[in-house]
Design a protein around this ligand. Structure first.
Ligand code: GLU
Length: 482
């Protein structure tokens, strides 16, 4: 009988969602969808000091943005504390755990002494075989897991790394419940994975070192082991674990900087998983092809440039409406500003033009917003490469003809520009770059003739006149200085 696959993503709300964590969520989600299984989210909020509402909201927003919310109601670990306590009591009663009354300071001193000489402290088991009664439990105590006798090695099978074995004497009777009554991470993870009937534990390989302890707890609780899948980490360029020094690490930053959710999703899937040489996948393709046979053991280097390239591809593939939805996700009042500065027809044209070159949506939005204002100053140095003493005359001739026409088609304007420069024995680029500067204040922009059409006659005339004025002033100030 095959059991239905159930996986979970289990973030701790102690920071914004990390790009590495969200890839773990994606792999869980894809594995579930590929197998017609269930993907769940569990919030590991037992660290009450470091968990905050702000981080929780931010993490849930990141998951929503990437379409990674839970298929069933989210499980909050804190809401299960009473269940955890009952389970610990059961383990006390069946002898798989015991109360430890050792003095905390003494233990801390022993640990410090051992660590000072480079060793690792292991609990000697002082309370391991002590008899205790219910009334002893009124005294301050922690609860320790009792590692079974005569164990030489501990191992578990990992779907990516195979069998992972360690010497049993690396472990000591570890604490499953602290003196303050809060259960520890390794214990609650197992308790909740059993409760949620998780069949596959898919997480970062930084949790391999916890897994042997968790396996012991599963066995003590006589529960079936899940399949373990430890994913290699995302690395920075120097092969280190990806950190803020390498790139933005929080999903929120990518969202606010203008990455499209589907692009980030696609990029992160490819980071560590492959399907031949294919880079771009529809969601259906990812679900269809995803498996762990094509997840490598090695960490993958995070490459912002590749992500930007992919984002550009997704932006170009997006419809006007999709882009608007994505712009809403940037936060701020960008949508309102765009709508107040441009008509819908203009925005449709502007998006079409600007999306051709852009890698981040925010850059495109900011460019379109700034295009609505007549430039207040222009940096003439930007066009010095294309400037000649004749350029003012060229612009003036172009302007005179332009003012006469009502034909703003690309072909007509291009021809007008060509005819104009030919009269002065110049190249099209000399005029085009000056027009670009006049209209946008920049020398990189979408096609200048397309922009002319969108901006309309009056705006274009004013902006060209402004450039002519500055160029004329510039020439005369040069004359005076000479
Ligand atoms: N809460 C853990 C973390 O954020 C995940 C634990 C797990 O997946 O087992 O790293």
């Amino acid at each position: 009988m095959s059991t239905k696959i159930r996986v979970r993503f289990a973030p701790s709300p102690t920071g914004h969602l990390h790009i590495g964590s969200v890839r773990v969520a994606i792999f869980n989600w894809l594995y579930a969808k590929h197998n017609n299984g269930t993907y769940l989210v569990r919030i590991e909020d037992t660290d009450q000091q470091r968990s905050t509402k702000e981080f929780l909201d931010s993490q849930l927003d990141s998951l929503r943005w990437l379409n990674l919310l839970s298929d069933e109601p989210i499980v909050y670990q804190m809401s299960r504390v009473e269940e955890h306590k009952k389970l610990v009591k059961k383990m006390l009663d069946d002898g798989s755990a015991y109360p430890c009354f050792c003095n905390l300071e003494e233990l801390a001193e022993k640990r410090a002494a051992k660590e000072a000489v480079g060793g690792a402290y292991k609990y000697e088991g002082i309370c391991r075989n002590k008899k205790w009664t219910e009334s002893d439990l009124l005294k301050p105590h922690a609860i320790r897991f009792k590692i079974p006798e005569n164990l030489l090695t501990l191992d578990f099978d990992d779907l990516i790394r195979g069998n992972i074995k360690i010497d049993a004497d690396l472990l000591d009777d570890f604490i499953i419940m602290r003196r303050d009554g809060t259960p520890t991470y390794n214990f609650v993870v197992v308790a909740d994975d059993i409760y949620m009937q998780i069949t596959h534990v898919i997480r970062g390989e930084d949790h391999i070192s916890n897994t042997h302890k968790q396996v012991l707890i599963y066995k003590a609780l006589k529960a079936n082991l899940p399949v373990f899948v430890h994913l290699p980490l995302i690395l920075g360029t120097a092969g280190n674990k990806l950190s803020k020094r390498d790139a933005a690490v929080s999903v929120q930053e990518y969202k606010q900087n203008g990455f499209i959710a589907a692009a980030l999703f696609n990029y992160l899937v490819r980071l560590g998983w492959s399907h031949g040489d294919q880079e771009l996948f529809s969601l259906d393709e990812m679900i269809k092809y995803f498996d762990f046979d094509h997840v490598g053991k090695k960490g993958s280097i995070f490459d912002v440039k590749k992500l930007e390239w992919m984002n550009g591809v997704y932006i170009r593939q997006s419809s006007f409406d999709d882009l608007f939805v994505a712009i809403k996700e940037l936060g701020g009042d960008y949508v309102e500003r765009l709508n107040s500065l441009w008509s819908k027809e203009q925005l449709i044209e502007l998006f079409e033009q600007y999306k051709q070159r852009v890698t981040r949506l925010l850059d495109m939005v900011l460019d379109i917003i700034s295009l609505s204002n007549d430039p207040k100053t222009l940096d003439l140095n930007l066009v010095s490469k294309w400037s000649t003493p004749k350029i003012v005359d060229v612009l003036e001739v172009f302007l005179v003809e332009f003012e006469k026409t009502n034909d703003f088609s690309h072909d007509y304007l291009l021809n007008l520009a060509k005819v104009t420069v030919a009269k002065f024995d110049l190249k099209l680029v000399n005029l085009a770059q000056h027009l670009r500067l006049a209209l946008t204040g920049k020398v990189f922009s979408p096609g200048v003739f397309e922009l002319i059409k969108i901006l309309g006659k009056e705006v274009v005339v004013n902006r060209i006149k402004f450039l002519i004025k500055l160029l004329t002033l510039n020439v005369s100030s040069k004359k005076i200085n000479n």
